[in-house]
Design a protein around this ligand. Structure first.
Ligand code: AMP
Length: 193
């Protein structure tokens, strides 16, 4: 049973790494961004509500995001543990996740922080914009998403640091290099607990 978070600025490569780590620990990788994007493409109520925020590079309100995560974590595959990618992103979400886990008598095992400098992530995101055509990958929106991350999400790392959960990994390098670094750091961390 392993419960993990992966955090880092937009473009740090969280999604790619999340898939590999989740497979290694046999837990589902749960990306709130992916869940929002599939709701947008299916035209659900949630998708309609989330789209304007996403396109502007703003966070979707905590009330919507928290409800979605509660629902997802109650599904049977998450009983084995999970890797949350892109959640929590605000202190309110941290508290909400704490309360959901407390109800389940569960707790987090580690928080993987993927570190990448901002110039590099902007470059990566512009490349992804060309390849995938995501509507929130234009340069002004990318810069805004970075600012929102710094203001709202970077402080969460201090909170998880204080709990002794954070494993910091350098996110610069090939996918395989970064993934090997994460695997080694996580193994060491989980062996301590
Ligand atoms: P991502 O794919 O993780 O970069 O998420 C894409 C967009 O989805 C973000 O810029 C937000 O608009 C929205 N989003 C994803 N996760 C969250 C979250 N935990 N809280 C609020 N908004 C989120």
């Amino acid at each position: 049973m392993t419960r993990l978070l992966i955090v880092g600025p937009p473009g740090a490569g969280k999604g790619t790494q999340a898939t590999q780590i989740a497979a290694a620990y046999a837990v589902p990788a749960i990306s709130t961004g992916d869940i929002f994007r599939s709701n947008v493409s299916e035209g659900t109520d949630l998708g309609v509500q989330a789209k304007a925020y996403m396109d502007a590079g703003e966070y979707v309100p905590d009330s919507l995001t928290n409800a979605l995560v509660r629902d997802r974590l109650s599904q049977s595959d998450a009983a084995r543990g999970f890797l949350l990618d892109g959640y929590p992103r605000t202190l309110d979400q941290v508290q909400f996740l704490d309360s959901v886990l407390t109800e389940q008598g569960a707790s987090l095992d580690a928080v993987i922080q993927l570190g990448v400098e901002s110039d590099i992530v902007v470059e990566r995101l512009l490349k992804r914009a060309q390849e995938q055509g995501r509507s929130d990958d234009t340069e002004p929106v990318i810069r805004h998403r970075m600012d929102v991350y710094t203001a709202q999400t970077a402080p969460l790392i201090d909170e998880y640091e204080a709990r002794g959960l954070v494993v910091t990994v350098d996110g610069i390098g090939s996918v395989d290099e970064v993934s090997a670094r994460i695997a080694a750091a996580l193994k060491a961390k989980l062996a301590q607990s």
